[in-house]
Design a protein around this ligand. Structure first.
Ligand code: LLP
Length: 423
């Protein structure tokens, strides 16, 4: 079962590590996100090892999964973090992250985001506009500090991925053109609150070929060579973003960090300078180490199909509805005897609330449970209260124990902070 790290059948029952998922679901109810943190750490170690020939820092993209125990486990293992908001910054600091390993990214950082980043003393801001540079410089100067920034280059490189998650082409809102970077570098002296420490790019997500990284790096090096003479200190950090594609289904491929490291080494081969290389993997560390456990609410046969209506919906896992993403689905109890084709759907009032069409599963009944696979990335972190459905519970398996990471929202939680009219 290659699409699930740390999940396997034992005696016909799906386990997460050593634990029967049915037992955890029985105790916590469903929908339930379940993550195997040992598997996440294994992925992190593989990622780190793949780039070990560079002076390298892993900056986990918190947006993929911001569960507190997961952040703690990664922080403990020495991983750095890429945060996209002051909320994510707050989470990683709560998880015990070292501020010197935190980068703040994002195309629209607010004043409050930047102020929080400066107050925490984070390592880097990846900046995406001249306006943001001026604001960071002004706020840093007021605080009497100099903020290290990486300018995010838009290298205009195409990637074969879903258009919603492609970010490195000129038409996208992300990053700065080579000309804009040139102009910013030439004004660096007028931005006393910041220092340009290097360049960054992020091409997109779920990329399955290493070639775009090589292309992006070539463009980046050209821009670096262009701006270096204009700067007081030579920039020495290169950040190639995240985007390493994972295997969502067994028949699909994945992009291994070693493949990316190899093409980067080839491009950098003839250069004499030494740079610190930063990678920002999100999905590739966590996607396959998480499942969404759900119970069957109803089975509804119709003329030409059989609907399996789950208690998890698009509010819990938006990816199929938003990107037409396919996720494998496994019954918690394996049974090959009565396989049937199901249209697996959620309870939300939208036809896009569909997990899979004509999907083979054993005969299932009300109360039986399934696991939606590869839900560890952009699952819980993109969930919502649509249809006024409480957020799912989350649990983790870590070093031979399981642990509740987040209680299921109660109906009171759902309405917290709302104010009825004083009628
Ligand atoms: N760095 C930056 C600046 C990013 O914007 C992202 C993701 C990453 C790193 C991490 O990319 P990853 O390694 O996870 O591919 N919700 C979409 C994915 C959106 C990705 C947004 N940016 C999905 O479910 O496919």
């Amino acid at each position: 079962m290659t699409a699930a790290d740390g999940f396997a059948y034992r005696n016909g029952e799906l386990h997460c590590g050593d634990f029967r998922i049915e037992d955890i679901a029985h105790e916590l109810g469903t929908p339930l996100y379940l993550y195997n943190l040992d598997a996440v750490l294994e992925r992190f170690e593989q990622h780190r090892a793949a780039f070990s020939s560079f002076s390298h820092r892993t900056s986990y993209a918190v947006k993929a999964n911001s569960s507190l125990p997961l952040l703690q486990a990664l922080a403990n293992a020495g991983c750095g973090f890429d945060v996209n908001s002051r909320g994510e910054l707050h989470r990683v600091l709560t998880a015990g992250a070292d501020a010197r390993r935190i980068t703040m990214t994002g195309v629209g950082k607010s004043r409050a985001d930047i102020e929080d980043g400066l107050a925490a003393g984070i390592a880097l801001f990846n900046v995406e506009s001249a306006s943001e540079c001026r604001l960071i410089s002004e706020l840093a100067e007021a605080k009497g500090v100099v903020a290290d920034v990486l300018l995010r280059l838009n290298p205009d490189v195409e990637t074969e991925t879903h258009p919603y998650i492609s970010t490195g082409e000129a038409a996208h809102k992300f990053g700065l053109s080579p000309a804009d970077i040139h102009s910013l570098a030439s004004q660096a002296a007028w931005l006393p609150g910041l220092r340009i420490a290097g360049l960054a790019f992020h091409l997109g997500s779920q990329i399955l070929s290493p070639a775009p990284y090589a292309q992006g790096l070539r463009v980046l090096l050209k821009v670096l060579d262009d701006i270096t003479p204009m700067l007081e200190r030579a920039p020495d950090i290169i950040d190639i973003g995240g985007g390493f594609g994972v295997r969502y289904e067994e028949r699909h491929g994945e992009l291994l960090p070693g493949q990316v490291a190899a093409v980067l080494a080839e491009v950098l081969g003839t250069r004499e300078e030494t740079w610190t290389l930063i990678t920002e993997p999100g999905r590739s560390l966590v996607a396959n180490a998480g499942v969404l456990v759900s119970s069957v609410e109803h089975v509804k046969p119709s003329e030409d199909r059989n609907f399996l209506i789950l208690d998890a919906g698009m509010n819990d896992l938006l990816r199929p509805a938003l990107y037409q993403a396919s996720h494998g689905i496994l019954p918690l109890r394996s049974d090959d005897s009565h396989v049937q084709m199901y249209d697996v759907v959620g309870p939300v009032c939208e036809s896009s609330d569909t997990f899979a069409l004509r999907y083979p599963l054993p005969g299932l009944d009300r109360g039986d449970r399934v696991a939606v696979l590869s839900a560890g990335a952009y699952g819980a972190s993109m969930s919502s209260n649509y249809n006024s459905r409480p957020l799912a519970a989350e649990a983790v398996v870590y070093r031979g124990r399981w642990h509740v990471a987040r209680d299921r929202q109660s109906l009171d939680d759902l309405m917290r902070g709302e104010h009825p009219l004083p009628l």
